[in-house]
Structure formats: structure tokens, C-alpha cells
Design a protein around this ligand. Structure first.
Ligand code: SF4
Ligand code: SF4
Length: 482
């Protein structure tokens, strides 16, 4: 007679205030809010137990409930290899990568040059940069701007891929350091794509706005280019870290550009805040009030995990959750890389679909460097291919295939047994790269801290989820998407 028991990968997060708990599978997710009675039922399976034994204890026939829990791997037969199903999902996903079915968006590193001098910028972190070293962009030998010829070649290749797949909607992101430094190439791309009448385009740009003239703003509006920009707090907090090359604060200048966009009828719907050790103590709810006064609806917020390692995880999580609640109460979506694991946990089970930490490591995006080298997102340093050998990256030995294979949830031994192994799947590739560049014990410390942060913030979001009876914990905005 078959016996069943609780999966060793089952996790229970209890909330004493609401007297309920969120139960989920660490690989497959499927969070369920369960009351005391439900927990008591699950507890019957602490030891291997038959259906008949449980039927003898329960008032009602437990068969359908047991089947529901078996379907989501909350209950399993003793000794079941719970990763077997995951391996099948992975093979299926990799076959899609190999047949070029996954890529749906592209990015162009329009310029590696920047008019700002923020030392925390992810694009300019050298291997030994502790947040105070000079950015790498000062190296004179680097090719800084993407040429029109390279940009056109990349777009043509991407567009051909979309057409080959029968897709008529294309997504192009302009980014890297400060793309407006190379505005003529962006403008040419907008015209070029605008002339492709069989396709629709969705454009986005990451810019610090300072070089945006009225004319540029009007063009961005005309092509509905979604503008992502940063403001790292109100005046004092922003100017502590977001500075010109000469070290001057940038708050006033950024505000002028916010006003310009509002004046031409193309107001921003939000901005991104980066918090480092330089402005952690200065970030408060006043930045959310500023967004609310301007009628904004979203704020992306992220910690520079590496430079904040000396601030306890609980302090960082408390601050973040407090700001999130304050923003949500004012109708502002508050999101960041930190909510990705919970978002994956609560939205997409690996039993019914495929996901990795983010679209980049799922193989959905290709980002072309100024010289045509290809990466999966603009922030990573891992090269997966090159425009001149575009097709190679999809092969089993190719860079895109390899990164998706390595980053599929359940693959990394380091993550085995983690409370959020499936939904986190090894977290942001860039944060991993930055931590991996540190040496010795510091590297271990950074990894442990980052994981502790992700698990703690996911648990805090789970408590919100329980209290809202499963209706809300994260909004609709996601980080790093076009
Ligand atoms: S990266 Fe860390 S938090 Fe994420 S799954 Fe791996 S061990 Fe867990
Ligand atoms: S979450 Fe990290 S790896 Fe993913 S797109 Fe964003 S920066 Fe890149």
C-alpha cells in the first residue's frame, strides 16, 4: 500500500497576526494560504502514512485533498527524486533556446561613456572597486560609442529572428552608460525601425536625462520611447552619490528634466532609486512624497548589496518594506530586483512553465555591446556571443545556451536545499559576478549576505501575501524588463 509523506522541500511561513501560514514547495512554488486545520492535516504526513490510515482519522474523505497536495509535490512518496520533473522542464526549455524560440527583445549598448561620475555605477565596477575607486570609463583606449553600422547590423539580425519566428512585435532597449551621448545613432535607429511597416516596435531607454534637450524629448515622445531614469533620493540623498564627474550634485538638473518632460506632455511615470552606503541613512519617505506630488505610479528601488554588507540584513529589509508600504498606500508600485524571487514564487510554478531568476537568464534577451559582442543583459560582463557569429550562441556549445543551462533553477549546487531554490534560481547574474570578483573570505561573506537578504525579503513579502489573503504582495511592474 502506497505511503505518502511531507516533501522535504515543503516550507511553511507562519504569520501569528493573521493566524495563517503560507505553504510552498521550494522548487515548484505553488504558494497556498492554509489555516490551522490545513496545517494539522499536513502534519498527519510527518511520517510516511497511507491514505487508509488518514481516512481512519478524518471526518471527511481525504482522497481529493491528498491528491491536490500530491499534484503540487507538498506530499510525495518516500524517496521520490523531486528534481526529476525539473530536469525535464530544463531539457524542454533548452530545446527552445537551441531552436531560437526564446529571444524576444534586444538591447543596444549605445554608449559606454557617461557624463556622470557616480562611483557605484555597475557599468564601471573594476575587480577591486570597493565603491570609491575611479570608474573604468576613464580608460582612454576603450571604444565608447556604438557606430550606426554596428547598430544596424544588430537590429537587422534581431528583426530577421523575429520575422523567422512569425513575430511582428519587436522590443529594443537603448542603454549602457549614458546613451544620449550617442544620440544621433539612436535617432537614426528610431527612423530606421519606424520605416518597417510590417513590424511594431516598443522602445525603452535608460538615461540620466541631463543631455536631453527639448528636441530630443519631443523625438522620444513621438516614438513613445519609455524613459527609465534614476533619482537616488531627494536632494541630499541623491547628491550624496549621483554626481557629475566634478563631484557636483545632480538633483536640481534632474528635476529640470522631469519638468521638461511634463511640459511637453510626456511625463515620467516613475524613476529608479539606488541605495548604497553613501545614501542609505538619507533615504526616507520624502522621496515617495516627491513621486506622489508628481502623479507618478512606480518606483524601482534597489540596494547596492555589495557596499551595504555591513548593515544588518534585517535593517535593510525593514527599511525596504516600510518604504514599500508607504508607497503602496499612495498608489505607487514599489518594486526591484529584490522582489523577483517572490514574484516567481507567486506567479509561475516550474510545474506548469519555465522561469529563471529574470528574463535575461531565461534566454529572452540579447544585449549588443558597442563592438557587437553579445551579453544577456546590459549590466552583466559575461559575453555569450558576437554579432558576426550570431547563430553560434544558440548551439549547445554556444554562450547563450550555456548561460541558460547553468542558470536554470535546480542546477547550481550552491543553491541546493535553499528555501527559495526554485523561484530564486541563483539570483541576479550581475550581483553574482560582482561578488565573485571579490577575493577569499570576502567573497563567501558577500554571497552569504546576498542570499540571506533574498530569503529574508521573500519571507517578508510572504507575510504580506498571507495578510492580504493571497491577493497582493508585489505589483505589476518588474525590474529589468522592456
Ligand atoms: S542564490 Fe542564494 S538565495 Fe538564491 S537560490 Fe541560491 S542559495 Fe538561495
Ligand atoms: S536581474 Fe540582474 S541579470 Fe537579470 S536583467 Fe536585471 S541586472 Fe541583468
Amino acid at each position: 500500500m502506497k505511503k505518502y509523506q511531507l516533501s522535504p522541500n515543503l516550507r511553511i511561513i507562519s504569520d501569528h497576526e493573521s493566524e495563517a501560514a503560507m505553504v510552498y514547495h521550494t522548487l515548484y512554488g505553488n504558494p497556498s494560504i492554509i489555516n490551522h486545520e490545513g496545517l494539522r492535516f499536513l502534519n498527519l504526513f510527518r511520517q510516511p502514512t497511507t491514505m487508509e490510515e488518514v481516512s481512519g482519522i478524518c471526518d471527511e474523505d481525504p482522497q481529493s485533498t491528498i491528491q491536490e497536495f500530491l499534484d503540487v509535490f507538498f506530499l510525495v512518496e518516500p524517496g521520490l527524486d523531486e528534481k526529476e520533473f525539473l530536469r525535464k522542464q530544463k531539457a524542454q526549455h533548452l530545446s527552445q533556446v537551441g531552436t531560437r524560440q526564446t529571444v524576444d527583445r534586444m538591447g543596444l549598448a549605445i554608449s559606454d561613456s557617461c557624463n556622470f561620475g557616480c562611483t557605484h555605477c555597475i557599468h564601471f565596477q573594476s575587480s577591486s572597486n570597493n565603491g570609491t575607486a575611479l570608474p573604468l570609463y576613464q580608460k582612454p583606449s576603450q571604444q565608447l560609442n556604438m557606430s550606426w553600422e554596428t547598430a544596424k547590423k544588430c537590429i537587422d539580425r534581431y528583426v530577421a529572428l523575429m520575422r523567422e519566428r512569425g513575430h511582428s512585435h519587436c522590443k529594443i532597449h537603448f542603454g549602457n552608460a549614458e546613451p544620449l551621448i550617442n544620440w544621433p545613432v539612436i535617432e537614426k535607429i528610431l527612423h530606421y525601425c519606424g520605416d518597417m511597416s510590417d513590424l511594431t516596435f516598443e522602445f525603452a531607454i535608460n538615461t540620466n536625462l541631463v543631455l536631453m534637450s527639448r528636441e530630443i524629448a519631443e523625438t522620444l515622445k513621438k516614438y513613445r520611447v519609455r524613459i527609465a531614469t534614476s533619482l537616488d533620493g531627494t536632494s541630499q540623498a541623491n547628491d550624496a552619490i549621483r554626481v557629475t564627474k566634478g563631484g557636483k550634485g545632480t538633483f536640481d538638473c534632474i528635476m529640470e528634466k522631469f519638468d521638461l518632460l511634463a511640459e511637453i506632455g510626456y511625463p515620467l511615470d516613475g524613476f529608479s532609486i539606488t541605495v548604497t552606503r553613501g545614501n542609505f541613512h538619507l533615504i526616507d519617505t520624502d522621496i515617495i512624497d516627491l513621486a506622489a506630488r508628481r502623479g507618478m505610479t512606480s518606483i524601482a528601488f534597489d540596494y547596492d548589496l555589495v557596499s551595504l554588507v555591513d548593515i544588518p540584513v534585517a535593517t535593510r529589509v525593514d527599511k525596504l518594506m516600510g518604504l514599500k508600504r508607504y508607497a503602496n498606500e499612495r498608489g505607487i508600485d514599489f518594486f526591484g530586483t529584490w522582489d523577483s524571487a517572490f514574484r516567481n514564487l507567486s506567479s509561475e510554478s516550474l510545474l506548469t512553465g519555465n522561469h529563471a531568476f529574470c528574463a535575461a537568464v531565461e534566454g529572452k534577451s540579447v544585449e549588443f555591446n558597442v563592438d557587437g559582442a553579445i551579453k544577456v543583459c546590459s549590466h552583466t560582463t559575461t559575453q555569450v556571443g558576437h554579432i558576426d557569429t550570431f547563430d553560434q550562441m544558440f548551439q549547445e556549445t554556444g554562450g547563450l545556451f550555456k548561460i541558460v543551462k547553468e542558470r536554470f533553477p535546480g542546477t547550481d549546487e550552491y543553491c541546493s536545499g535553499c528555501a527559495i531554490e526554485g523561484p530564486c534560481g541563483g539570483q541576479c547574474h550581475v550581483t553574482r559576478e560582482v561578488a565573485a570578483r571579490s577575493v577569499g573570505e570576502e567573497r563567501q561573506r558577500l554571497f552569504a549576505d546576498m542570499c540571506d537578504f533574498y530569503r529574508t525579503i521573500t519571507e517578508a513579502l510572504a507575510v504580506e501575501y498571507i495578510r492580504s489573503n493571497g491577493s497582493v504582495a508585489v505589483g505589476s511592474c518588474k525590474i529589468c524588463t522592456l
